[in-house]
Ligand binder design. Sequence first.
Ligand code: NI
Length: 133
Amino acid sequence: MSAERTVLPQNVPPAEKVVLAEKLAQFSEHWSPRIVGELNGQHVKLVKFVGEFVWHHHDHEDELFLVVSGSFEMQFRDRTVPLREGEFLIVPRGVEHRPVAAEEVSVLLFEPAGTVNTGSAGGARTVPNPERL
Ligand code: NI
């Protein structure tokens, strides 16, 4: 009789859960994403914002926006998509978009590492190297 053995991968840090509320409590700036996870070349980020962002697009990245708390509207050139808590939207690469929030909203982003928040637009709101929490 041969015993089944569980093989554990070497040099892999243990999986730890991420508590979104704890991460969100660590910052208050608007339009300044924080990196809270990484997998398969993608970053999981958290961002808070209120008001209007800049119109922009991303040449090579699709971006996922998941509302953690609050609500906002994603504006496209030809339509607007309202998003509430528990809803997400994927903005395809190349498509111009602008998030707008009447009141503060907390959003989880999932996008390739290196995706810059202002994409094609650049400017003062660009955060080239988001902080890791
Ligand atoms: Ni974008």
